[in-house]
Design a binder for this molecule. Sequence first.
Ligand code: ATP
Ligand code: MG
Length: 622
Amino acid sequence: MSFLKIPWRAYWQLLRRYLRPQSGAAFFMSALLLASIALQLVGPQVVRAFIDAARAGAGERDLIAKALIFIGVAALQQVMNVLAAYWGARVAWTATNALRADLTEHLVKLDLGFHKARTPGELIERVDGDVNALAEFFSSFVVQLVGSALLLAGVLAIVFREDVRLGLVLSGFTLLAVAVLGWVRRFATPLWAEDRQRSAAYYGYLGEAITAAEDLRSSGAVPYAMRRLFEHLRGWMPVRRRAEARRSVVWMAAVAVFACGDAIAYGLGGGLYRIKAISLGTVYMIVAYVALLAEPIETIRTQMQNLQRADASIGRVRELMEARSSLEDGTESLPSGALPVEFRTVSFGYDDGPPESPQASPGGPQEPRVHGSHGSYDSRESRESQEPQEPQEPYELENLSFTLEPGCTLGLLGRTGSGKTTIARLLFRMYDPQQGEIRLGGVNLRHARIESIRTRVGLVTQDVQILEASLRDNITFFDPDIPDGRVIAAIEALGLKSWFDRLPGGLDTPVSQAGLSAGEAQCVALTRVFMRDPGLIILDEASSRLDPATEALLERALDKLLLGRTAIIIAHRLSTVERADDILIIRERGWVLEHGSREKLAADANSTFCRLQRAGMEAMLG
Ligand SMILES: Nc1ncnc2c1ncn2[C@@H]1O[C@H](COP(=O)(O)OP(=O)(O)OP(=O)(O)O)[C@@H](O)[C@H]1O
Ligand SMILES: [Mg+2]
């Protein structure tokens, strides 16, 4: 039975972990719930007493007192309901906020490989969608399922105490009602799933058509687009019609079941009254209790369904919590000052590349692969006379080796997709290479503390991420301990004061991704990096062109930033590498086309770099 498939242990662990810190509030909520249930059970008893007293000819005062008690009980019950709902929501939100925070922190710490394998939408859905489903679980489950079960048990217990026969009949009715309603519901659910699918397809198409409206109009495709729209609608309508019809059937079934309950209550109550087994007040009480049964039966049924839905969520949330970063943190710290860089026969693939075992891998570090067609470009001796062997999943970087002296600047050139950004990510240890090693300041990155890499290496990516916050927060990343003086000093040191002075609110100026030009975003990024005083700077140049004034401003800032630091500039323009001491030109998969001192390469008329300068970058590499 589906009931048994629910991972109760997982729920229990979750409840314990996140509800324990608020055990006081949870306890209070449970107390309110119990009180509300008790009051619901007391209500019909009071009315019974009223009816029986009236039948026995009790005095007006007595009857008024009983009526007032009933009103008091009913009002108190409402108050309890409101309080229980308030505390339920409070407990649920506090618990799920803690879960949200835990999940977000965990996600942010996971490696880039994990993030690239999932879309932001998927992760947002998990942190928010799944957790929301669980929030419902925290509040609804505890309040409604447990509450309903208690109410149900209370009603049945009272009825049993009153009359065992009645108790037996009503218990049987309850079981039957849950079974029938569950069964009927099952018959409607698949149609709703199909309805949701159809509606998703329709909205997907609608979105696509509206986005492409201009193209559709200009290419005269509007009638076709409309026909596709009608097709979607024609497919959707009968499904929705049937689904709605079945929904009505389910609703009618519920009405019929509860009408049967009423019939049983009236029939049995009436029968027992006739043989004088119970009083008229008790007949009323039984009818009231049967009416009271309808709600918990419905709630239990829907909550069990919600619980099954939350199942998928809890599974996904746990899976996410259990995801471990594939990067193991090291223990060594990177030295201070400018950092020398060394790539030793590094091979790296995003999908874990070819199998890692040496036998299976045709291109381990000691056996570099050769690619016949590109052999002539390869300046490295190690790539001679090998059999061309293509791996099933080629590496993005193959057997890359180069060194960079501390304090020197390397200009990294290569066509799009050749692996330049990948090199930057490896240096920042967002991934580990499958083969070979990368050393920074003599430390193998695998053995370095990730924290130390993050502070000693500054990375300015191709598209700088600007947060919806003030300029200050964008530069300090919300660290309140960094004084404004330091931020402004950094801006001044980089020669960006003229840009800064133009901002209306100074550091308080609100900035956003949309509100900053590419050049301004670069200013923010350079300041961010400068503040951390790294020993290696990697600049993945934005491919978009900047206006000459901004470019000159940034050039000057770069001069300041790179002073006394090692730097790798991934350049899309030749002008950018003019400051480089060394040049590294790569082809696809990081194969080195040329590596050497910029001056020497520029002087050598046969060098690729020299030809690049003559013919222009796009003509050669693009
Ligand atoms: N996250 C990723 N997952 C899988 N493959 C990737 C990923 N990022 C890049 N690649 C692939 O790795 C190769 C190298 O990409 P990379 O971004 O390093 O190129 P690039 O030299 O920086 O290009 P560009 O000049 O366009 O910035 C490309 O074939 C690309 O498709
Ligand atoms: Mg790139």
